[in-house]
Design a protein around this ligand. Structure first.
Ligand code: NDP
Ligand code: 2IT
Length: 448
């Protein structure tokens, strides 16, 4: 074991002792510490002030009971969370996830990642994440509304437009944000930009719903252009079929690429002829209005469906994991590389396991890690906050232009910190790039 490895091991041993059993949180911190610790070792000021140790401890964690009544009149109890990770560079900012798998470990990993991601956007936003183990699947609109109202009744005590501004994530889309905002407004009697991803009639921003998927394709295109290549005419696979997946497919089509897959937790559709804008419109209705399963696409359009499988067995030039954490395992990465994969744009948060990332990086694949590649969503959330404060709205073109500029700046930041011998290590670039601004602010504040 060399000195670097010893330092990393010691750091991780302490972190695991303080946060027992939180395996997703350990994974996210390990990935950051691997590239940031050597940088800290070379920069006495960060080392002396124990900045990384402090950045891995959330500012606070709020956990609460959420009671609501289901359609049969039975009282149900779920658990609600808000992890306010770090507000060194701006108000806490990050999504809410409603999914039965939600745990403290998952929300801590997401809040930690969010701190770095938000720093990379160049906008003044700190990092947070929240949510609940509530499962919106199969619930009626009224059940979802009652849950959201109960959840917000407690959450409203801890958030505010200059304090903490939540948004959507898995299981929290336009419908849930509407109910949550309505309840906050009712409780506070204030109309203020306390959530982002709002409807366009009540303070939402154009391009917010498109932003994560669009931004991920812009970032991937930046990586390819930097290497003298392009995405036009190339076969692409996409996982998931929710917000991020849908708008990734849409932007790929604008760019002349050929998206061939979508998935959900039941299976994957493989449309060899390519998903078109017309087919995508059908998917949007299926997922956001009828709330059906992706299998129906295969039945409707007559293409292949792989029950219980992910899309990574399908040969492609670029892969866009857009469902959830750890959805690309080592074997999946090996299959993708064997099939001549060139680039990965991570729409989901931490979708590749550490050994899958190693496979990508060793084989020279252009690998865009989530905190850089999917930062478009929170970037336009930041722009929504700006528009709310100014009390005016920018056009689609204005917001999209700003989104493209931000994704370009994030790419440049990754190259600045990650390039050596003509190759860019985007993991190192994103981690150090995201770290510096937060670390310098924390240094300025002294021991707080
Ligand atoms: P949605 O709820 O709109 O869609 C989630 C999609 O992922 C669904 O197709 C869902 O399938 C699938 N999925 C969820 N969990 C699993 C699982 N355990 N196994 C297999 N498939 C799963 O969420 P989003 O599109 O908003 O989020 C997708 C990813 O993108 C998440 O990792 C999120 O953190 C990340 N992200 C989202 C941003 C945003 O602005 N919304 C911004 C940045 C990142 P099913 O319906 O069967 O559950
Ligand atoms: O993971 C993410 O960046 C999001 N879910 C979006 C957060 C936000 O505040 O827009």
């Amino acid at each position: 074991m060399n000195d670097q490895e010893k330092i990393l091991k010691k750091f991780m041993t302490g972190l695991k002792r303080r946060n027992p059993g939180e395996k997703e949180f350990h994974q996210a911190v390990h990935e950051v510490a691997e590239s940031v610790l050597p940088f800290v070792e070379d920069n006495e000021k960060y080392k002396k002030a124990q900045i990384l140790e402090r950045m891995t401890e959330p500012d606070r964690v709020i956990i609460f009971r959420v009671c609501w009544t289901d359609k049969k009149g039975i009282v149900r109890a779920n658990r609600g969370y808000r992890v306010q990770f770090n507000n060194a560079i701006g108000p806490y900012k990050g999504g809410l996830r409603f999914h039965p798998s939600v745990s403290l470990s998952i929300l801590k990993f997401l809040g930690f990642e969010q701190t770095f991601k938000n720093s990379l956007t160049t906008l003044p936003m700190g990092g947070a994440k929240g949510g609940s183990d509530f499962n919106p699947k199969g619930k009626t609109d009224n059940e979802v509304m009652r849950f959201c109202q109960s959840f917000m009744t407690e959450l409203s005590k801890y958030i505010g437009p200059n304090e903490d501004v939540p948004a959507g994530d898995i299981g929290v889309g336009a419908r849930e944000i509407g109910y949550l905002f309505g309840q906050y407004k009712r409780l506070s009697d204030e109309f203020e930009g306390v959530l982002t991803g709002k409807g366009l009639s009540f303070g939402g921003s154009l391009i917010r719903k498109e932003a994560t998927g669009y931004g991920c394709v812009y970032f991937t295109e930046n990586m390819l252009n930097h290497a003298g290549e392009s995405i036009e005419g190339k076969i692409c696979t996409v996982s998931g079929s929710g917000n991020v997946a849908q708008y990734t497919v849409e932007k790929l089509l604008h760019k002349g690429a050929i998206p061939v897959s979508l998935s959900d937790s039941s299976g994957t559709i493989y449309d060899k002829d390519g998903i078109t804008l017309e087919k995508l419109a059908w998917v949007k209705d299926l997922k956001s209005v009828r709330r059906g399963r992706i299998k129906e696409y295969a039945e409707h359009f007559g293409c292949e469906y792989f029950e219980g499988k992910n899309p990574w067995g399908i040969p492609c030039f670029a892969a866009f994991p857009s469902a959830t954490q750890n959805e690309i395992q080592k074997e999946d990465a090996e299959t993708l590389v064997k099939n001549n994969l060139r680039a990965v744009g991570e729409g989901a948060n931490m979708p590749s396991t550490p050994d899958a990332v190693e496979v990508f990086q060793k084989s020279g694949v252009l690998y865009g890690p989530s905190k850089a590649a999917n930062a478009g969503g929170v970037s336009v959330s930041g722009l929504e906050m700006t528009q709310n404060e100014m009390r005016l709205s920018w056009t689609r073109e204005e917001v999209d232009q700003k989104l493209q500029e931000i994704m370009k700046k994030i790419h440049t930041e990754c190259v600045t910190w990650g390039e050596s011998n003509g190759k860019v290590d985007y993991v190192k670039g994103a981690n150090i790039g995201g770290f510096v601004k937060v670390a310098d602010s924390m240094l300025a504040y002294g021991a707080v």
